[in-house]
Structures are given as C-alpha cells and as structure tokens.
Design a protein around this ligand. Structure first.
Ligand SMILES: *[C@@H]1O[C@H](CO)[C@@H](O)[C@H](O)[C@H]1NC(C)=O
Ligand SMILES: *[C@@H]1O[C@H](CO)[C@@H](O)[C@H](O)[C@H]1NC(C)=O
Ligand SMILES: *[C@@H]1O[C@H](CO)[C@@H](O)[C@H](O)[C@H]1NC(C)=O
Ligand SMILES: *[C@@H]1O[C@H](CO)[C@@H](O)[C@H](O)[C@H]1NC(C)=O
Ligand SMILES: *[C@@H]1O[C@H](CO)[C@@H](O)[C@H](O)[C@H]1NC(C)=O
Ligand SMILES: *[C@@H]1O[C@H](CO)[C@@H](O)[C@H](O)[C@H]1NC(C)=O
Ligand SMILES: *[C@@H]1O[C@H](CO)[C@@H](O)[C@H](O)[C@H]1NC(C)=O
Ligand SMILES: *[C@@H]1O[C@H](CO)[C@@H](O)[C@H](O)[C@H]1NC(C)=O
Ligand SMILES: *[C@@H]1O[C@H](CO)[C@@H](O)[C@H](O)[C@H]1NC(C)=O
Length: 466
C-alpha cells in the first residue's frame, strides 16, 4: 500500500525518464525531449567517436584566470544603488559585484553598466578557444532556402533582426535594455521573496524540483546526490522545490532529502507557470538562488554526473555559465516558435547556426554578466507567455520526426529555446565555450534509474534501532 503511494511522487524532471527510454531510438516516429538530456552510455560512445564531439571536447582546456580583467576596474561604487529606494549606498570592492548585479539594485548610470558588461564579455571571449567557432552565422533565410518571410511587417510592427550583431555593445544592449526584457517591480519582489526564503550563503547550491509524477527516478537522483556529490563538494546546500506534491509525499521528501525543501510560489507568477511544461519555474528559481551562492547547479533526475564535477564547476566560475549541450541536438529555430525570436527582436533564421542546449543540467556563476545578460533576460522571457509558451503547450510539446532543418518552429522547448537564444546572441561564434557536452563526465551510473531510496533508508534505520 505504502509502496503504491510512493510510486506517485518524485523529483521533477524536465525531461522525464519516460523520455529517457526513447533515448537513442532515433528511428522512432518522434523525437522527445528526453533525447536531449539522455545520459546513456551508448550515446556517449557514439558521440565520442563523432567528429562534431571532438570539437566540443576541446573546450575543456584549462583557462588562465589571470587573463580575465577584474570587473572592479570598470565599476565604480558610486554608480550603484542598493535597492529601489534610490539612495546611493557605499560598497567595498568585495561586495561590488554582487550588489551591482542584484536584481533590485540597478546601476544608477546605465552607460556604466553596459560598459562593465562589455568589459566582462570581452574578457570571457579572450579566454575562449580560438579553434572552436560556430560557422555560417550570417546566412539569411533565402540563402539557406528556408521558407520564412522575415521582412519587416509595418502592420504588426515587427522588423526582425536578420544577422546577430558582432559588436559587443550591441549584443549587451539587446539583452539588457530591450523593453520586452524588462522585469516589473512585482516580479522583482517575487524573486526577492524566494531568495530570502533560502538560508545561508554557500559556495554551491545544487537545486532540483519535484512534482507528483516521477517518484522512483527522483529517489535515484537523490541517492546519487547524497552518495556521489555530497562527499566531493564542500560548502554547499541542496535545495529542492516542491512543484506540486501531496502532503504525504512532501513529508517523506522533507524527512529524507537532507535539503532545504521549499514550495514554489506559483500564485505569485503568471497563470502559464502552472503549466509545468512551460518551465517558467526554472529560470525563476535559478535567478532567485544565484543571490545565495557563488555557483547554482540545476540538475534533473535523469542526469547524473559522476566524474570530475569540480572540473566542470571551475569552468563555470571562469566562463560564467556552462549549460548542458549535446551535439546531436537540432538547430534552435527547428524546436522554437517564431514568437520567441520576435520577442527578442530577431528573425529565427539568424539563429539557424546554433543547436539547442539541453535543460537537464546547467551551472551558473554569480557574477554581473551571468545575472544581467543571461539570467535576467531568461527570467523576463519566462514571465511572458508570449515569449516562452505562446500557444497551448500540448500542441507544440512533441517534436515531429523526421523533421526538417529547413522548417521553423516544429515544436517549442521553452526554457531551452530561450537559453539557447540568449547564449547565441551574447557569445555568437564562441557559443561552444559556454555550453558543455557532459557525456564524458557521465559514465554509466552505478545507481539504477529506478530506485526505492527512501525505503532503503527506512530499512537501514529499522536495522539500527533493532
Ligand atoms: C534600502 O535602502 C534604504 C536606504 O539606504 C535602507 O534604509 C533600507 O533598509 C534598504 N532596504 C533594503 C531592503 O535593503
Ligand atoms: C565588504 O562589505 C561586506 C558587505 O557589505 C562586508 O560583509 C565585508 O566585511 C566587507 N569587507 C571588507 C574587507 O570591508
Ligand atoms: C577597489 O579596487 C580597485 C582596483 O582593484 C582599487 O584601485 C581601489 O582602490 C579599491 N577600492 C577600495 C575601496 O578598496
Ligand atoms: C555615466 O557614466 C558615463 C561614463 O563614465 C559618464 O560619461 C556620464 O557622465 C555618466 N552619467 C551620469 C548621469 O552620471
Ligand atoms: C513578406 O512579408 C511582407 C510584410 O508582411 C510582405 O509585404 C511581403 O509581400 C511578403 N513576401 C512574401 C514573399 O510573401
Ligand atoms: C514577501 O515577503 C515579505 C516579507 O516576508 C512579505 O511581507 C510579503 O507579503 C511577501 N510578498 C509576497 C508577494 O508574497
Ligand atoms: C562558504 O562559501 C561562502 C561563499 O564563498 C562563504 O561566504 C562562506 O564563508 C563559506 N563557508 C565556509 C564554512 O567555508
Ligand atoms: C578528471 O580529472 C583528472 C585530473 O584532473 C584528469 O586526469 C581526467 O582526465 C579528468 N577526467 C575527465 C573525464 O575529464
Ligand atoms: C526493505 O525491506 C523490505 C522488507 O525486509 C524488503 O522487502 C525490501 O526489499 C527492502 N527495500 C530495500 C530498498 O532495500
């Protein structure tokens, strides 16, 4: 009886284990999201042998942090304010970066903010791998024979950008100053409340979310986190969001998770947040948690990293972000509706050179560029149904197969769509340095994908007390 009940809950996975079962049946009639987060051993070997993956793997070369120019040279404390009461606050150098990039503490002087972000972007591009670049970025719809009309439409006041700008200032301005990407006071406060709910300031926060559909997979991930990450990481907190569990399920999780277990406050956000497949919660909680740690690491139940996690984390400290990526993924416009591109001011064709990231794993570093130019626009898009979930998600949840890379918007991948779009705009030909193929860090896990971890813990406790 109890077993049966427990089967109904679990760690929420963006791309569930159900999807994982299809992981490399590429001959199947449809491609599901799980294929994009699969951590299957077979896939690993297949990609390791591919020429494409060889290019991606070059990005793990060590970086000399001394080549990064410190932000502090650019930002003056007098340009900052601590909160919206418009009183300038005094900062020492150590508090400067986090204060500057605080959601509720904008720069007083916008041009200095842009300048600081450009400097930071420049320093990251300077340490990227010169040999690995995205090709054919400037191809237009017509040249690629894509049937998409991206000419200006005065009636609908749409005039999409056809080539992503090379100029660094233009890149930053398009992500930071664009009207559609501004976050209202209401939603800045909502984030702030979520930040306040988390106790302590940590080097690392590992975060996941739970909903009522994948119980044993969730327990499998929890066992992985406890047994394989806890011993390796120092100074961290494990945060788990309740995205809709029953009381009983929630109390089991609270009892065994060794985590900060918090409820996601859906009522403070727009109605589309309640559709979990729109993934509004993810950019939101990452943006809230980044104020409480140097590193936020989001992980799905299907993805278990078991090797050299600190190597990957250290890379994120330098580059600002490491978002999971599989070379087998599709061009972002194939899996993203045109509305999302328009929200950012772009033609979908301008993004054809960039394959979509995977949402199952991402590492975010608490620094100005990551917060202002990546996580804020990501959150801003998540807040607007017209950007992240422009139509009924059920209609665009499935990506048809066989698909055509000449077609735009075959399906919608929400947070993955917008994250890819942002990274493409910001890093352009250096995109590969900010995404990471984690497969080689992810050998076949010793822990089965389905596991009654809570029962195991309870059995052990019984033995001990007997
Ligand atoms: C905002 O700034 C004012 C004036 O500096 C200060 O009194 C207030 O406590 C601050 N509020 C928060 C939430 O930091
Ligand atoms: C810098 O400011 C922070 C927060 O305002 C404070 O905790 C810290 O002690 C200060 N460091 C120095 C070296 O003054
Ligand atoms: C902050 O750092 C800059 C450059 O590293 C230095 O010139 C400045 O004196 C420092 N300011 C404070 C208040 O320590
Ligand atoms: C903002 O900073 C720029 C560059 O440092 C400077 O030229 C400008 O005068 C500043 N504006 C204000 C209103 O302080
Ligand atoms: C493309 O769209 C524009 C604006 O709506 C329109 O004027 C033009 O005729 C369209 N071109 C084609 C080939 O459909
Ligand atoms: C945010 O938290 C504050 C203080 O805990 C509380 O007074 C306020 O009602 C909360 N705001 C929302 C929208 O829940
Ligand atoms: C943990 O890391 C945070 C952020 O770097 C730091 O402020 C805190 O002092 C560290 N705590 C311990 C016990 O090392
Ligand atoms: C893990 O780290 C060790 C030592 O830093 C290195 O030799 C090894 O190649 C790394 N493994 C992977 C999969 O990157
Ligand atoms: C827990 O104990 C029961 C009864 O001894 C056993 O049937 C079950 O397999 C155990 N579960 C686990 C996960 O060890």
């Amino acid at each position: 009886m109890i077993k049966r009940k427990t089967i109904s809950y679990g760690l929420f996975v963006i791309s569930s284990i159900v999807l994982l079962r299809y992981a490399y049946k590429f001959t199947h009639n449809e491609i599901t999201r799980s294929q994009e987060v699969s951590h299957n051993q077979h896939q690993t070997s297949r990609e390791d042998s591919g020429a494409g993956s060889a290019r991606i793997f070059q990005q793990h070369q060590p970086i000399n942090p001394e080549n990064l120019s410190p932000l502090n040279n650019v930002i003056q404390s007098s340009d900052l304010q601590m909160n919206t009461s418009h009183q300038p606050a005094a900062f020492n150098n150590s508090s400067l970066d986090s204060a500057a990039s605080n959601l509720y503490g904008p720069f007083l002087n916008t041009s200095r903010l842009i300048q600081a972000l450009v400097e930071s972007l420049k320093s990251k591009l300077a340490v990227s791998d010169p040999k690995v670049v995205v090709k054919n970025i400037e191809n237009k719809c017509q040249a690629m024979r894509i049937e998409y009309n991206d000419s200006c439409n005065d009636a609908e006041r749409i005039c999409p950008q056809k080539v992503l700008p090379e100029n660094l200032k233009a890149r930053i301005e398009q992500l930071v100053l664009r009207d559609s990407l501004q976050i209202s006071e209401e939603y800045r406060n909502a984030i702030r409340n979520m930040t306040d709910e988390i106790s302590g300031y940590h080097d690392i926060i590992i975060v996941g979310g739970l909903s009522s559909n994948h119980y044993r997979e969730a327990q499998s991930l929890m066992k992985h986190v406890h047994e394989e990450l806890f011993p390796v990481l120092k100074n961290f907190s494990f945060v788990v969001y309740n995205l809709g569990l029953t009381e009983k399920e929630a109390s089991k999780v609270r009892q065994h998770c060794r985590c900060q277990f918090v409820r996601f406050p859906f009522e403070r956000f727009p109605p589309h947040f309640k559709t979990l497949k729109c993934f509004g919660f993810k950019p939101t909680l990452v943006r809230a948690l980044i104020e409480k740690a140097n590193i936020v690491l989001w992980t799905d139940t299907v993805f278990k990293i078991t090797r050299n996690i600190t190597t990957v984390i250290d890379r994120a400290r330098t580059m600002g972000i490491q978002q999971m990526y599989l070379p087998t993924n599709y061009p972002n416009p194939s899996h993203t509706l045109e509305q999302t591109f328009h929200f950012f001011g772009d033609s979908p064709c301008a993004h054809m050179a960039f394959n979509q990231v995977a949402g199952g794993f991402g590492i975010y570093h608490n620094e100005l560029l990551t917060k202002r130019a990546i996580l804020d626009p990501w959150y801003a898009c998540a807040l607007k149904a017209e950007c992240t979930c422009p139509v009924n998600q059920r209609q665009v949840q499935r990506c048809p197969y066989p698909y055509s890379t000449k077609k735009i918007g075959l399906c919608q991948r929400n947070d993955q769509s917008s994250m890819t779009l942002i990274l493409s705009k910001l890093f352009r030909q250096k995109y590969f340095d900010f995404v990471i193929n984690l497969n080689r860090f992810n050998p076949k896990s010793k822990i089965p994908a389905f596991y009654n971890y809570f029962e195991e813990i309870e059995n052990k406790t019984k033995v001990n007390t007997n």
